[in-house]
Write a protein that binds this ligand. Structure first.
Ligand SMILES: [Zn+2]
Length: 269
């Protein structure tokens, strides 16, 4: 996977015959108490110095990813639009910067249905963000959660459930990675022998969780399951030389992962 272009809000990469674009929706600041060790325990004064803070907070990038096969664009996650903090909602700017016309997005697939991933379907002015959207794919376990989002009401019936193990496109396979949320999914994208794992919320705090994948996140619905999924996906990527692309890795959030000591190491691309 090689970088082919970049700007303030995006980076583009070649993966075989595909172009993968990382799109920066923005960021969200969270208190470091959201990090959890075994037994769901917070850190206090013993927060490891490697954890990077901005004004006392963890700053999580919020990224979405576009897969362009030349004919059609599949978007994985859509950012928060104006449904959360104003530090998010830049997806339309990022798409423009990446040269992706919004009417080329035919498929949107969600890694899970938390608000920083789904609300970009609708622009702040209330218009549809993707006028030619043909398929809206939601993890089967989270269809009910998606349909509970009042702001997205006009999409409720258009949502189509997909299952772990399903191919959602010629080059894209859904891999179940539950824990952060019940239907949390990673997407394995392969072309000409190259693979990137677009892994959603496997990692929230990159300065900590590659080296210590056992550390969890307060908003992981099931801490034990999230820990197991993180270890499994990190091992899968490292042992098969897949690149990874993360929703909350520092923008652009794409890189290589290798085993290192008892944990892993991430090298951005
Ligand atoms: Zn998230």
């Amino acid at each position: 996977m090689q970088r082919s272009g970049s700007g303030d809000n995006h980076a583009s990469y070649k993966l075989g015959a595909l172009t993968i674009a990382s799109l920066r929706d923005g960021y969200v600041d969270m208190p470091p108490t959201r990090l959890r060790r075994a037994g769901n325990k917070q850190f206090g004064d013993d927060l490891p110095p490697q954890v990077r803070l901005v004004g006392g907070s963890l700053r999580l990038s919020v990224n979405a990813f576009a897969i362009d096969d030349g004919a059609d664009v599949t978007l994985i996650d859509t950012g928060a639009s104006n449904a959360w903090h104003p530090s998010m909602g830049r997806l339309p700017v990022a798409l423009r910067e990446a040269g992706i016309a919004v009417d080329r997005v035919g498929t949107v697939a969600f890694t899970h249905t938390h608000l920083d991933h789904i609300h970009g379907l609708i622009l702040p002015d209330g218009e549809d963000a993707f006028p030619r959207l043909a398929r809206l794919l939601v993890p089967k376990e989270e269809i009910g959660m998606f349909r509970a989002e009042a702001r997205l009401e006009r999409f409720h019936e258009r949502a189509e459930a997909f299952e772990a193990g399903q191919r959602i496109g010629a080059n894209i396979e859904a891999l179940g990675a539950p824990g952060h949320e019940v239907g949390h999914t990673c997407f394995r994208i392969t072309s000409h022998g190259e693979t990137v794992l677009v892994w959603g919320d496997i990692v929230h705090v990159p300065s900590m969780q590659f080296e210590h994948p056992e550390i969890t996140w307060e908003f992981d619905g099931d801490q034990e399951q999230a820990r197991a999924s993180r270890l499994r996906m990190m091992a899968l990527a490292a042992d098969n030389m897949y690149c990874v692309a993360g929703a909350h890795l520092d923008s652009p959030g794409v890189g290589r992962i290798t085993r290192s000591g008892t944990g892993f190491r991430f090298d951005p691309l």
